[in-house]
Design a protein around this ligand. Structure first.
Ligand SMILES: CC(C)(COP(=O)(O)OP(=O)(O)OC[C@H]1O[C@@H](n2cnc3c(N)ncnc32)[C@H](O)[C@@H]1OP(=O)(O)O)[C@@H](O)C(=O)NCCC(=O)NCCS
Length: 147
């Protein structure tokens, strides 16, 4: 998907399950999520199995020099797709979030929306940098969309 071979996006595999659970339960990722409770291994295992079997959800893993550093999730909706994302704690603050979102958007067509908590300034910044525009704000959540 990219010509820079140090940075790659690839589809999620079953073997990513453990890593994804650790990222999902990281405090910053939980704080950024709508549901802040830690996810149990059993719930996560069911989610991974359902995701791998689903035609409506696509999870992409970002790799830097062959190491998984983040994930982006696309959920198909009636009017397009919803995108959500996070990076491993060690990968933050290096510009990888912006690259990952830009790369994901290259792989989709049609409207993509994202919900970002209003205090998540790094996510707002990278979303706007790749073309998302604020549609509305409600109950502490900013609703962005890119066409
Ligand atoms: C959100 C996340 C993906 C951002 O990716 P990142 O690559 O680490 O982002 P950076 O720290 O490089 O920051 C991106 C930009 O926001 C700016 N920024 C970061 N924190 C900021 C703050 N507190 N106030 C203002 N700007 C800020 C950076 O300066 C940078 O600006 P630039 O692109 O002009 O240089 C990553 O921090 C993450 O995974 N966080 C936990 C989970 C999460 O929040 N997921 C998103 C849910 S919507």
């Amino acid at each position: 998907m990219t010509t820079d071979t140090s940075r790659q996006l690839r589809p999620m595999r079953a073997a990513d399950a453990e890593l994804l659970l650790a990222w999902r339960n990281d405090p910053a990722a939980r704080a950024a999520s709508h549901s802040q409770a830690p996810v149990s291994p059993a719930t996560h295992g069911a989610w991974v199995a359902a995701t791998l079997a689903s035609a409506e959800r696509r999870v992409l893993i970002a790799e830097l020099d062959g190491l998984a550093v983040g994930m982006a999730r696309l959920d198909r909706e009636a009017a397009g797709q919803q995108l959500s994302w996070y990076l491993s704690a060690a990968a933050r603050g290096k510009g990888l979030g912006r690259w990952m979102l830009a790369e994901v958007l290259l792989s989709v067509s049609g409207p993509v929306r994202a919900e970002i908590k209003s205090g998540n300034l790094a996510s707002v910044r990278i979303a706007e940098a790749v073309g998302f525009r604020l549609q509305r704000a409600a109950q502490g959540v900013l609703h962005f969309q890119v066409e």
